[in-house]
Design a protein around this ligand. Structure first.
Ligand code: SF4
Length: 175
């Protein structure tokens, strides 16, 4: 059967269009700094989707990562900060990401090896080590204890720690 070349033109054009859209979407994703992988969750503030926060009743921990990305059967939290990247990620940001790694572990039953901290101009890969997990759990306990107090004072005399703190602009006890 003779098939006129015009009949092939339509599927061929559709294929080219699909390929062009795929390349454009990859370019947009790359320019936004988002890593490769399927996005399985996005904070509503960023994507307009009514997603519920993750909650673990045993830990008493709740949180909403900006994104969760599926990569090789593991779900990796991504926290996006609008500020320029500091030389090293702020401790509070690392702790926050660690809490999301813990929530992802509890929710999906698979521990992420790392999370991603995305600043405006740079992304840090933060390993979710047992030390970071321990720090998150200790912080949860500490915060629980603070809830009983009327006022909480600075717990250290380390200017470096304040310099790397994400709350320093709002904190009236910073050094
Ligand atoms: S800036 Fe404030 S909250 Fe941050 S480490 Fe210093 S005292 Fe603590």
């Amino acid at each position: 059967m003779n098939v006129s070349w015009q009949f092939l033109l339509i599927p061929f054009s559709a294929l080219l269009l699909a390929l062009a859209l795929l390349l454009i979407s990859r370019a947009i994703k790359r320019s936004s700094g988002m890593p490769e992988g399927k996005i399985v969750y996005a904070d509503p503030g960023l994507w307009g989707k009514p997603e519920k926060p993750f909650y673990d009743s045993l830990l008493g921990l709740t949180g909403k990562p900006d994104y969760l990305i599926r990569r090789s059967q593991t779900t990796i939290p991504v926290e996006v900060k609008s500020m320029w990247a500091p030389r090293e990620p702020y401790d509070s940001h690392v702790l926050q990401l660690g809490a999301y790694c813990l929530l992802a572990d509890r929710h999906f039953g698979q521990r992420p090896d790392y999370g991603l901290l995305r600043y405006r101009n740079r992304t840090f890969k933060i390993p979710f080590t047992s030390a970071l997990e321990e720090e998150v759990l200790e912080t949860i306990q500490t915060i629980r204890g603070y809830k009983e107090l009327d006022e909480v004072c600075r717990s250290h005399d380390q200017p470096n720690r304040c310099a790397r703190c994400g709350f320093r602009e709002r904190c009236d006890q910073r050094l």
